[in-house]
Design a protein around this ligand. Structure first.
Ligand SMILES: [Zn+2]
Length: 235
């Protein structure tokens, strides 16, 4: 056996929901960005689409009613911005994100989602975050962890979707590299850390709770920030 780095994918159930359009905008975005980097999921989605089309035509038995599961146009309509007519080119300021020693080319859907520009803010301890305001109900952001940094220990109240765009990170449950898709549900407590730096796209459907030390003091602030981000009041 070779010691290949684990490569994590969305579950089949998630891919099915992706095809049927039953996921939140943010998670959809994370999955389509993953699919851009992952041939395995690309063919899995094609299979699901074919299956769905078969079911549809069988049920309808009408020759003209052919279901066109056009994932690309679905994503386009989800993240469409009216003023955006041309695809983002590589040279665009959000086509790539500059890390310390290199720049990372973004998957096309993320470059598009970030087309209004990214404003980075320091979260402390070598971690920066740039929000992408694209989902009314989830907090979507790019997260950059400097080499040698770690996030505070935290727990999820909702779900956390993380797509690794560059570099690597580890937590109690594993090691993750570029294109890995990590889906966490509530009650997972973890503390991601990185040796060589890591750029991620993250989708949170409710605020994190920090469980240890001084970081606990951040919880009310974090909730407030989340409320601002999603524009609704959580009790
Ligand atoms: Zn995959």
């Amino acid at each position: 056996m070779t010691t290949m780095k684990s490569n994590l994918h969305p579950s089949t159930e998630m891919l099915e929901k992706f095809v049927s359009g039953d996921l939140s905008v943010g998670v959809n975005l994370a999955i389509s960005a993953h699919v851009e980097m992952c041939d395995q999921c690309k063919s899995a989605i094609q299979e699901i689409e074919l299956r769905t089309a078969d079911q549809w035509t069988n049920a309808e038995s009408s020759s003209s009613a052919v279901y066109q599961a056009d994932t690309a146009s679905m994503i386009d309509s989800i993240i469409a911005t009216p003023q955006l007519k041309e695809p983002i080119e590589e040279e665009s300021e959000v086509g790539s994100i500059h890390m310390l020693d290199r720049s990372v080319k973004l998957p096309k859907v993320l470059a598009k989602a970030a087309s209004e520009g990214l404003v980075w803010k320091q979260l402390g301890a070598g971690i920066s975050q740039a929000d992408v305001k694209i989902d009314e109900e989830a907090h979507c952001s790019f997260l950059y962890m400097k080499p040698g940094s770690q996030t505070p220990v935290h727990k999820h109240q909702g779900t956390e979707t993380t797509l690794v765009l560059d570099g690597s990170m580890t937590d109690e449950l594993g090691e993750y590299g570029k294109s890995d898709f990590i889906f966490r549900t509530n009650n997972d407590t973890h503390q991601p850390r990185t040796e060589d730096g890591c750029l991620c796209f993250s989708v949170l459907d409710s605020p994190l709770t920090f469980t240890k030390g001084l970081a606990r003091l951040l919880n009310p602030i974090n909730r407030l920030r989340f409320q601002r981000a999603v524009g609704k009041t959580l009790s």
